[in-house]
Design a protein around this ligand. Structure first.
Ligand SMILES: Cc1cc2nc3c(=O)[nH]c(=O)nc-3n(C[C@H](O)[C@H](O)[C@H](O)COP(=O)(O)OP(=O)(O)OC[C@H]3O[C@@H](n4cnc5c(N)ncnc54)[C@H](O)[C@@H]3O)c2cc1C
Length: 526
């Protein structure tokens, strides 16, 4: 594991403010409140949604102030893969995206989906226009090919040498700070909303250890991201246990609590985008599993396979592992175990070519090419025989041996009779992520030593938060807008439990921009 001094300092600084900070009540305005700073539009959180809102509010003539809790901006956006979905055709995209809500029986706001599908068609031009010499590339397609309209889904990212999330956020940072000189206050977490007669008129924040009052003449926009790192919110809203974060530890549900203090209606609270991955000792965040070698399976704590390991869309793995056993008082698949042979261990890092995530991008963890460093650190558990391996991970040895024997027999006979995992992939077929799928999908486990890796749900992002309308206004339980309060991004995302990849960043752009324009158009309060 490699840490440099800069990343260590940043991680240390970040630690100071990554605890949930927002208070549990709003502050009532009175003429005694002295404002330390004033802006027309105050934006809480400087990730993708906050940046897009700031750009539009500024361009509409508003004086904008961004408050960011951490010493640097970017949030999940800057450690994401930087992908954003732009379909070929808006009507087909509407069909496809609508089907994801039906499939999951998640709440769908038809107006939001229609607005998204219309506005997303202009997003390539918007991104290209933010910085000179920007070029885009397609890197992936639909996650759910059986849904109607799936052929229209293309995922784009900025072409360049840096990592995807950094390139996307650099684009925003350039447009916000260098072109527009928008005021950003770092290490300034927003704590509480200031309200007057039910409308939002400002924010209390913390700056240099002091509480400061900021007046928002027109509106406040919540873009504080989700609650991936707030254990209490996860316990309240997420089924399952031991859920790890892949993104920025600053996302601790602060905006969620601030919205609640204003009486917001919440939605999509049990919806997540969540692969499986590994805990690494000493890191704040987890690393996503993306094994390319075919000679591996997953087993539960009883040593049995339970799913087509390569049939899952990356974003929906949580649903395959999140099962409670009420009789034996356990989650038998949390952790579950990746079981692989020596050939797979040597074939490449089990995190594959993944370049996104806080661990790799901000904690600067370098996964070893042959997974040997992770044997040392105990992430990979090694044994000469399957029986010995089973003992080390506390699963029944005979069952694990029988599971591997059945897998090997099946694959040698040309068919996974248990879960239908395919043997080979059409190399020309469209995949959700380019370069993340090898053509050979399944192989028998060969000679030992054998390895087990504990796999946990590792959250990309939560979708829950305040419900918004098509102008980005936060709604109350009667579906009435809360005056001068807006939200955008993954906080109260429009997406439900079945998530098509690259649509969170896309939503940040579409509804960040909409919220920015609408907030700037509010009349100042007096
Ligand atoms: C590893 C990974 C890969 C991903 N890849 C993709 C992808 O390719 N495509 C895609 O569409 N989605 C992807 N996602 C999801 C997507 O990146 C996020 O949903 C999206 O970036 C959210 O943007 P946001 O602006 O809402 O929040 P963020 O970008 O997380 O920004 C929120 C900001 O608010 C700040 N903040 C929090 N609390 C406060 C407070 N009290 N006061 C002030 N500031 C505060 C945070 O520090 C943070 O900077 C990925 C996520 C991860 C973790």
């Amino acid at each position: 594991m490699t840490f440099n001094r800069r990343s260590f300092l940043k991680a240390g600084l970040a630690a100071a403010v990554t605890a949930p900070v927002a208070g549990v009540h709003a502050v009532e305005y009175s003429s005694k409140i002295k404002f330390d700073k004033t802006a027309d539009v105050v934006i809480l959180g400087y990730g993708g949604a906050g940046a897009c809102a700031a750009i539009e509010a500024h361009d509409a003539g508003a004086k904008v102030l961004i408050l960011e809790k951490l010493p640097q901006g970017g949030g999940n956006t800057a450690v994401s893969s930087g992908g954003f979905m732009v379909p070929k055709n808006a009507d087909e995209a509407y069909k496809y995206l609508s089907a994801t809500f039906e499939f999951a029986d998640s709440e769908k706001d038809d107006e939001l989906v229609k607005t998204f599908c219309k506005e997303i068609m202009g997003v390539k031009d918007f991104i290209i226009g933010l910085k000179p010499d920007t070029k885009l590339m397609i890197y992936g397609h639909a996650g759910f090919k059986s849904l109607p309209g799936s052929d229209t889904i293309d995922k784009y990212r900025i072409r360049g040498k840096k990592r995807g999330g950094d390139m996307l956020f650099d684009q925003y940072r350039y447009a916000v700070e260098e072109v527009r000189k928008i005021d950003v206050m770092y290490e300034t977490p927003a704590l509480e909303i200031i309200r007057r007669n039910g409308e939002v008129v400002g924010v209390v924040a913390q700056s240099n250890g002091k509480r400061i009052n900021i007046r928002a003449n027109r509106a406040v926009i919540l873009t504080t991201g989700g609650y991936e790192y707030d254990k209490q919110s996860l316990r309240t809203y997420a089924l399952g246990k031991d859920i790890q974060g892949l993104g920025s530890p600053g996302n601790t549900g602060d905006g969620l609590r601030m919205a609640q203090t204003m009486g917001a209606r919440l939605w999509h609270m049990t919806s997540y985008s969540c692969p499986v991955g590994m805990k690494v000792p000493g890191l704040k965040s987890a690393v996503q599993l993306n094994i390319l070698a075919p000679s591996h399976i997953w087993v539960d704590q009883d040593g049995k396979r339970f799913v087509n390991e390569k049939g899952l869309d990356n974003h929906t793995c949580l649903y395959a592992v999140n099962q409670m056993d009420p009789i034996r008082h356990r989650y038998p698949r949390i952790p579950c175990y990746l079981i692989m042979d020596e050939k797979a261990r040597k074939a490449g890092p089990i995190c594959g070519g993944a370049t996104s995530g806080y661990a790799l991008n901000r904690e600067n963890y370098k996964w070893s090419k042959d997974n040997s460093a992770e044997i040392e650190s105990g992430v990979l558990i090694k044994a000469d025989s399957l029986k010995e391996l089973a003992k080390k991970i506390n699963v029944p040895g005979e069952t694990l041996e029988a599971t591997v024997a059945r897998w090997n027999k099946d694959i040698n006979n040309g068919k996974d009779t248990e879960f239908g995992r395919i043997l080979k992939r059409d190399p020309k077929g469209k995949t959700a992520f380019a370069g993340r799928e090898a053509p050979i999908v399944s192989e028998p486990l060969g000679a030992g030593p054998y390895y087990a890796v504990a796999l946990y749900p590792t959250m990309l992002n939560t979708q829950g938060g305040p419900k918004k309308n098509v102008r980005g206004q936060v709604m109350d339980p009667q579906d009435k807008p809360i005056a001068r309060l807006y939200a955008a991004g993954e906080l109260g995302s429009m997406w439900g439990s079945i998530y098509q990849g690259a649509t969170n960043n896309a939503e940040c752009i579409v509804f960040g921009r909409i919220a920015g324009r609408a907030a700037a158009a509010e009349k100042p309060w007096a």
